[in-house]
Ligand binder design. Structure first.
Ligand SMILES: [Zn+2]
Length: 231
């Protein structure tokens, strides 16, 4: 056996042994680095977060218990199909979080988990860095709409409440920031919004803002559908 091959095999065997030890509980690793530990929304996102979020999609009970780790008031909702093509499955109604919302909204449980990560680890730190204060209120255009994507016949992620449209923010001192008015420019508000868009891209599968197209000139669309897009 060549040396290169021996080293490679040794690494594979050692990795498998370590993974086995973690899985059987013989080796303690911090929960955020243990792929079998459920997501805790208080932990900053890392390389395993995408994998842990995907697991929530399949597991209703797990997802609801994970949401309990967020600073969020929510109610689990029964599955319904307001129209046959638009099934609301494994959704919650979000009433408030560390901030208020312009209105309560319905979201799939794993979108709610992603939102909680974004708010705690992306949005609020950005507000503190740029303005020295928290976001007190999120103004939004809603999450559920039984419709297709504009100029296409594919169903939108909004059709299953798996998408959320964020229009702006109000800070603790009452300052209003809107995507429509403040995206362009060089001031603090524009800098904050660009940072918020970048933070959203870290957590949501799809993040679309004014840079994407005219249809998004006044909001950030975030969703947990398939694929990956950040514009
Ligand atoms: Zn949208």
């Amino acid at each position: 056996m060549s040396i290169g091959r021996f080293v490679f095999l040794s690494i594979v065997v050692a990795s498998l042994a370590a993974a086995m030890a973690v899985w059987r509980g013989h080796l303690e690793v911090p929960r955020q680095w243990n792929p079998w530990a459920p997501l805790d929304l208080r932990d900053a996102p890392n390389l395993l977060t995408g994998h842990k979020l995907r697991r929530l999609q399949q597991d209703r009970e797990l997802c609801l218990s994970v949401l309990e780790t967020a600073e969020m008031r929510f109610t689990p909702m029964p599955d319904i199909a307001p129209e046959p093509r638009c099934l609301l499955e494994n959704t919650v109604r979000i009433e408030r979080s560390s901030a208020q919302f312009s209105a309560p909204f319905r979201a799939t449980c794993h979108l709610a988990a992603a939102y909680a990560l974004f708010e705690r680890h992306g949005l609020q730190p950005a507000a503190h860095e740029v303005f020295g204060q928290s976001v007190a209120r999120i103004d939004h255009f809603g999450s559920f709409a039984c419709r297709t994507i504009a100029r296409s016949n594919r169903l939108s992620q909004h059709a299953t409440a798996n998408a959320f449209d964020i229009a702006g923010f109000r800070l603790e001192d009452g300052t209003r920031i809107t995507v429509a008015r403040d995206w362009q420019g060089e001031g603090d508000a524009a800098r904050f919004l660009r940072r918020v868009r970048d933070e959203a891209c870290q957590v949501f599968n799809i993040t679309l803002g004014p840079d994407y197209n005219q249809a998004h000139h006044d909001h950030f669309h975030v969703d947990m559908g398939g694929g990956r897009l950040c514009r």
